[in-house]
Design a protein around this ligand. Structure first.
Ligand SMILES: [Zn+2]
Length: 273
């Protein structure tokens, strides 16, 4: 972790070398012309105060790309295939192919950055401010398959996606947990949880009930933006829940909660999400 005096923040940007979306983390300090550091999680390109420290691996070489992906996956506690699926959303070989041709590689890393509080969700399309330190603390947690607290953590992450924590949202989550025989939220759980931190949930019924509750939770606050829905979709992918169900629940709660004018607006804005 970088210690700096004054205000410092992290920004997630696309890597200029390997073309991976949201893979480079820049640490900025107030008043500094260049980022203090910039590090790509994939190719390893690194700069310090604007100077190139390491050019990064040549991802056009398929062997180098496979090795770089394996190393990244290991740091995340995933297999290469698991990482390609959970973070990139493509089969591993397709990812290697994209690197070989220099094509941009899409990821949900910017969505994951949205999960961290302290920034206005949706305010910045690419660069999302995160308080230095929060990303690190998220990494320390062990990933457990079928973690009994996974539903609570998904819901709290969706609740925090817009940067606010209202009593109504908190109450909704505690009622959901009680209805499913789970303990209420603990103060330690009140932070965003990254989708692959939670691991798979094999109880299909519970996975679907949780994501449906996440969609309803998203509609509880009148102001919602596309980022919350993208986060729910990311969890759905990790848990193997059909995306069509998410869309159907979204429409259902839209009709249920939205005042008439705003539902027209939302129907229109769905096209541009
Ligand atoms: Zn890179």
């Amino acid at each position: 972790m970088t210690e700096v005096a004054g205000r410092a923040w992290q920004v997630v940007v696309d890597c200029v070398t390997c073309n991976t979306e949201g893979a480079a983390t820049e640490v900025h300090a107030e008043g500094a012309e260049h980022p203090l550091t910039s590090t790509c999680a994939v190719c390893g390109r690194e700069t310090a105060s604007g100077e190139l420290v390491s050019g990064g691996a040549d991802m056009r070489d398929p062997e180098v790309a496979r090795q770089a992906l394996a190393a990244w996956a290991e740091r995340e506690g995933l297999s290469s295939e698991g990482l390609a699926d959970a973070v990139i959303g493509l089969p591993l070989e397709e990812v290697v192919h994209r690197y070989a041709h220099g094509h941009p590689v899409p990821t949900n890393l910017d969505v994951i950055a949205f999960l961290f509080p302290g920034m206005a969700a949706g305010a910045a399309p690419k660069g999302v401010n995160v308080a230095v330190g929060e990303v690190e603390s998220a990494r320390e947690v062990e990933r457990t398959p079928d973690d009994p607290r996974a539903p609570a953590r998904v819901l709290v992450s969706v609740m925090l996606a817009d940067g606010t924590l209202t009593g109504a949202e908190r109450g909704y989550i505690d009622r959901f947990l009680a209805a499913h025989g789970m303990e209420p939220l603990t103060p330690q759980e009140l932070r965003p949880w990254r989708p692959h931190e939670l691991g798979p949930l094999r109880d299909r019924e519970l996975a679907e009930a949780t994501l449906q509750a996440a969609v309803e939770l998203m509609h509880l606050d009148a102001v919602r933006d596309g980022s919350e829905l993208r986060i729910v979709r990311t969890y759905a992918r990790v848990w193997g829940v059909d995306e069509a169900k998410i869309t159907a629940w979204d429409r259902h709660y839209d009709r249920h909660y939205a005042p008439p004018m705003s539902s027209v607006w939302r129907a229109l804005s769905r096209w541009v999400r």
